[in-house]
Write a protein that binds this ligand. Structure first.
Ligand code: HEC
Length: 448
């Protein structure tokens, strides 16, 4: 009897232990939305995936994420989302949108385990840093109508402004009005000569097959009434770009740019996604001023390929899947580079840019293995990058004007003019750098 009791007791203990360890195991393994994945999605996805955001659906709560579970696993595995086109093994950037290996693992395990919801975290007390508000908001004066053409549309839009005095700016934020349609904006702050009233003349034009507006700054400036009577051209004080997901552009202490009291913000290329119904957009810019003039002013350089065609006509032939354009520039002073922005249109295939120093060292700058014209980033380096005097900058852009290029606007492919326009019917190559004259120890200044 005692023996039987003993055996039962043992069995009971074993069952109990088995049960307990099993439960323990489960508890240790089963990931839940609230404990494990919500924070990752919030950090890496929700900036675009929210109502009124640029992505086609929201990922703000459990149900929304769960409904797309298998699709999310696919886009993560295929490196489709978050969208980030630069080769991160070539060079890393401060504004990179990438999931760490650990974050990716957690998301995929959670999806594979059937997407448990878990207990919501007790509401954390969120102490927000009191961010300084914008000193100046400049809005497109009138809503712009985007036609229902079911095609990408590209505009050039000037926003004139006049403030009480010249000032200095440390931060700029572009705020898209129509967040689902604004796809990309590259903009400049331009000063105009005294005899120009920037509020006069047309405010915008659309890049179309037959407008006067080619890649020709002076024709655009003249049309928008930005050139003085004596032929004085506007002066560029700032140049940057915006894509969905881009936030405030601010610079390390003491670095900024001059903003004249009278001028325009010229959105040189304002790209809207195709739409089936007519819509409007009224985007704006927010500026924060500096208390003291900057110790250092940001400079801009935009490079284009040397045009070797004697008649000025440069064509990417239909079905040419390997058209190549290059930029070579020699640096005559030491510079510190902050951002780099490669630009092509829809025939773009790959883009590579590096500098070779006089000692024959290679400074890697950017490499894009599969160009996507929807994500034209202003890549911000993690630290300033020193390029010593005497270095040569090399950039190489390859274009695919064949049927294999799914982005090709022409089916069947046709000859396309190169360095001609800003539209889908033309191609171009630009490389924009934001830089400062080098100062000692710049390479240790973080841009994170
Ligand atoms: C910078 C903006 C942005 C971020 C950040 C972003 N997405 Fe997206 N996502 C988009 C846009 C825009 C689309 C629509 C398809 C396109 O244009 O590529 C999209 C589409 C998708 C799709 C559908 C794919 C398809 O082919 O239609 C999934 C799934 C997705 N995103 C999941 C995610 C997840 C998960 C994250 C975070 C890990 C994320 N996205 C981060 C902008 C973003």
């Amino acid at each position: 009897m005692n023996l039987l009791r003993f055996i039962f007791k043992q069995i009971f203990i074993v069952i109990f232990l088995l049960h307990f360890t099993n439960a323990f195991k489960l508890k240790a393994q089963a990931l839940t939305y609230h404990q494990n994945t919500k924070s990752i999605i919030d950090k890496h996805c929700v900036s675009c995936h929210q109502p009124g955001g640029n992505a086609p659906f929201s990922l703000q709560n459990y149900t929304e994420v769960k409904n797309r579970g298998t699709f999310i696993k696919y886009v993560i595995n295929q490196h489709i989302m978050p969208p980030w086109k630069a080769d991160q093994h070539y060079r890393q950037y401060a504004n990179a949108r990438i999931l760490s290996d650990e974050e990716k693992k957690v998301l995929i395990q959670w999806i594979d385990e059937g997407m448990k919801v878990g207990e919501p975290n007790p509401k954390k007390l969120i102490i927000k840093n009191k961010e300084k508000k914008a000193d100046l908001v400049i809005k497109m004066p009138r809503p712009l109508t985007i036609p229902a053409t079911l095609q990408n549309s590209y505009f050039c839009y000037k926003i004139p402004y006049e403030i009480s005095q010249d000032t200095f700016v440390s931060s700029v934020t572009f705020v898209a009005g129509n967040k689902t349609l604004v796809h990309h904006a590259s903009y400049q702050v331009l000063g105009v000569s005294d005899d120009v009233n920037p509020f006069d003349g047309p405010y915008y034009f659309k890049y179309d097959e037959d407008t006067l507006n080619r890649v020709n700054d002076s024709a655009d400036y003249r049309y928008l009434n930005l050139i003085g009577k004596s032929g004085v051209m506007p002066i560029e004080y700032y140049h940057n770009g915006w894509l969905p997901g881009t936030t405030e552009q601010k610079y390390p202490e003491g670095i900024g740019f001059f903003m004249p009291k009278k001028g325009v913000i010229l959105i040189r290329n304002l790209h809207y996604a195709p739409t089936a119904i007519e819509q409007t957009d009224q985007s704006s810019f927010e500026f924060k001023f500096m208390q003291f003039p900057p110790e250092r002013f940001i400079g801009f350089a935009a490079f284009k390929p040397a045009n070797k065609q004697p008649d000025g006509r440069w064509i990417i032939k239909a079905n040419d899947s390997n058209f190549k354009a290059v930029i070579h520039v020699k640096f005559h002073q030491d510079v510190s580079v902050l951002n780099i922005n490669p630009h092509m249109h829809r025939l773009g295939k790959t883009f590579l840019c590096y500098a070779i120093t006089p000692e024959k060292d290679t400074i890697k700058l950017v490499k894009i293995n599969r160009w996507d014209h929807n994500w034209q980033e202003f890549y911000r380096f993690t630290h300033m990058v020193k390029i010593p005097a005497g270095s040569v900058l090399h950039a190489e852009a390859i274009y695919d004007n064949s049927e294999q290029n799914a982005e090709n606007p022409n089916h069947p492919p046709k000859d396309v003019r190169f360095e001609w326009g800003m539209n889908d019917d033309s191609e171009m190559m630009r490389l924009v750098l934001l830089y400062l004259p080098y100062e000692i120890n710049d390479e240790y200044i973080s841009l994170e």
